[in-house]
Design a protein around this ligand. Structure first.
Ligand code: ZN
Length: 659
């Protein structure tokens, strides 16, 4: 079997998160990931491994599969988090649900509840979600039940896996093909996608539409679930058309929908790049996961940069610092996050931008548990030549067999990245071993430097490439990678500007007043629902000259904390000149336009609703900005986007010299 991937996954059990990454996963364990059935209630008490008899469905039959989608996300995140932390509580909790399914197949090999077996309408979609947990289990432990069980399930041939999102099973089918070499699985995956393209010609993710120039407009999460399939099919068939399609589909996302925090707009449909465009938290998870496949298929550093950008900005920004509450929609500009502040058209005026353990549809509540475990899963990869490649950076340890003799080594990655620019890779090897250590040079880094045991190695690395260090490594060797981060200003609609530095995007530090929403107490005292209000000024324009960023923006290093995404202990700040904008306030409205589902089976509709709504405002119009600017130039504090729960990221721009 030939596999066309440039880089392959290594065992989940071989990577051990350290430093802030470990602390992040521990918070997941102690927060939502370890206790979602308490924090959010249904559907997390039901779904896989549980009876569905006690769930009340208010949406009727068409959504019977929901509990299985949502618990599937959760269990996948939980089992990965568990094995990365080597935490029995998480592992056993996930395995209890997984074993109930894995050990009880139908006679024909089908896994799962009977009612999902025969019905059409994308019921089999939920298997593609849940089976990722089995793939993780196999990666972590080599559990011998997994491969035969998945092979029998897919070869039982009771579904074509071609109805709408059912086609996402192509991912697990091809994973099973790789493990078994059974050509019937390859054929099944190729046929499923071909039939999907015929059955759903209007989907943005058919081969033809991904390859075309047309703007993608469908449900954003569905797009991210399906668009990756081209990259996956390429890796097992070598047919370039599949890869070209996924590459082009995401090139269009960059062109039409990419937000400053590294994830496409999606509420719920793919939107645009307006300052108030937001995204569902599910998009953070699935966009980053898709970028992982694009990276493996192409070997291009660009896609690894994109995973970091999404996971270091959008991801921590959508969750509270205790990992006990999340947003359904999050936005680069959100100066209020309460029960009426959702400013996205979809359910505008609702609580979908507030931090709560159970926001809106519980898909995001399940998906949020996967983001950082998935990130860690892909930090290191196999280069296919007995070497080891550092794809995503952060504090961790990795153990792997390398070199022609497959000798076990350990690499300790010591770093406070992305808050600092230096990464040390310390080698633990019983005996000297020759292998290639591959290091990614991000596209944003113009002055990267590599030292081996203190001596500069090779020529200056080029941005957006991989440096391959093929040498004999000995116990105690240290490779040091330095990735200096330059300030950069990016431009957005309505004259908006944002400041970036390396992989991090920066937002105004806004003081936060967390008020518990006592109207809803369903989640109990351990998992409150919050209304979040600003207690400091936020209405600033940046008075900055793009050509003099280094002179005008001061970079301040604070002490590195194990909780760097907490606004109280952020390790980095920028001081930036700014001027206030008079009359630019939170919008208070009594009538708004809201897009919602009218009733079961009806399409989305927009209607006017009344109430008392407080919304983040758009940028002030460029034409009147200069008249509204305060005279004084103040120095305001910007912090990494991921440290903020209220934030202004896209600012009005003005020059310091305007009067
Ligand atoms: Zn969601």
């Amino acid at each position: 079997m030939k596999i066309y991937a440039k880089y392959k996954d290594i065992a989940l059990s071989s990577i051990r998160p350290e430093g802030w990454l470990r602390k992040y996963l521990e918070k997941q364990r102690d927060g939502l990931t370890g206790h979602l059935e308490v924090a959010a209630g249904e559907p997390f008490k039901s779904g896989w491994g549980r009876s569905r008899a006690d769930i009340e469905f208010d949406d009727g039959d068409s959504c019977d599969w929901w509990p299985y989608e949502q618990t599937g996300y959760w269990i996948d995140g939980m089992i990965r988090c568990g094995y990365l932390l080597k935490d029995d509580f998480l592992i056993n909790k996930a395995l209890e649900r997984m074993n109930a399914i894995l050990d009880n197949p139908d006679e024909d090999g089908y896994l799962g509840p009977e009612f999902l077996k025969e019905k059409g309408h994308m019921y089999r979609w939920v298997h593609s979600v849940f089976f990722k947990a089995f793939m993780a289990l196999h990666s972590a432990t080599g559990d011998e039940r997994v491969i035969p069980a998945l092979a029998r399930h897919y070869l039982s041939n009771t579904s074509n896996h071609s109805q709408l999102r059912e086609v996402c099973n192509v991912e697990a089918i091809l994973w099973t093909y790789e493990k078994t070499g059974d050509e019937r699985l390859l054929n099944h995956a190729v046929n499923a996608y071909a039939e999907f393209c015929q059955l759903s010609p209007e989907s943005d993710c058919t081969l033809e539409n991904m390859l075309s120039d047309r703007v993608s407009t469908e449900h954003g999460v569905t797009f991210n679930e399906e668009a990756k399939l081209g990259a996956i099919l390429y890796m097992y068939t070598g047919e370039e058309k599949y890869l070209d399609a996924t590459v082009n589909a995401y090139r269009k996302i960059d062109r039409d929908q990419m937000l400053v925090d590294g994830v496409n707009s999606s509420s719920e449909m793919l939107r645009g790049k307006d300052v108030l465009d937001s995204h569902e938290t599910c998009d953070i998870t699935e966009y980053a996961w898709s970028m992982g496949y694009l990276f493996q298929a192409t070997g291009e550093a660009e896609y690894a940069d994109k995973i970091e950008r999404a996971c270091f900005n959008a991801a921590p920004g959508a969750v509270d610092n205790h990992f006990k509450a999340l947003q359904y929609f999050s936005c680069p500009n959100q100066v209020i996050a309460d029960k009426t502040s959702n400013h996205s058209l979809f359910y505008r005026g609702s609580d979908r931008m507030s931090y709560r353990p159970n926001p809106g549809t519980p898909c995001c509540t399940g998906e949020v548990n996967k983001i950082m475990p998935n990130f860690i899963t892909r930090m290191w990869m196999d280069d296919g030549y007995n070497g080891l490649a550092a794809i995503l950076y952060g504090p961790c340890k990795v153990r792997a067999e390398v070199g022609v003799g497959r000798k076990t080594i350990e690499i300790i990655e010591e770093t406070d990245y992305p808050f600092r620019d230096t990464i040390n890779f310390r080698i633990n090897a019983e005996m000297p071993v020759q292998f290639t250590l591959t290091l990614r040079i991000p596209i944003w880094c113009k002055d990267a430097e590599i030292k081996v045991n203190g001596t500069v190695e090779g020529e200056k690395p080029r941005p957006g490439t991989f440096v391959k260090l093929d040498r004999i490594y000995r116990q105690g060797d240290c490779v040091t990678l330095t990735l200096p981060m330059d300030l950069k200003l990016s431009h957005w609609s309505g004259g908006g500007i944002a400041i970036e530095r390396g992989p991090l995007v920066y937002s105004l530090r806004i003081e936060e007043d967390w008020q518990r929403n006592m109207e809803e107490t369903s989640s109990g005292d351990d998992f409150p629902i919050w209304n979040l209000y600003p207690t400091s000024r936020w209405n600033y324009a940046l008075a900055i000259d793009e050509n003099n960023l280094d002179r005008e923006v001061e970079v301040i290093y604070r002490e590195m904390s194990q909780e760097p995404w907490d606004i109280k202990s952020t390790p980095l700040e920028l001081k930036v000149p700014a001027r206030t904008v008079e009359g630019w306030d939170i919008e208070r409205k009594s009538t708004i336009l809201k897009q919602a589902w009218h009733e079961k089976g009806c399409p989305l509709e927009i209607r006017e609703v009344e109430g008392d709504f407080k919304l983040t405002p758009p940028l002030p119009p460029v034409e009147s900005l200069s008249e509204r600017l305060g005279r004084e130039i103040e120095k305001v504090t910007l912090v990494p986007y991921g440290c903020t729960r209220l934030r202004l990221t896209i600012f009005p721009g003005c020059t310091p010299h305007e009067k």
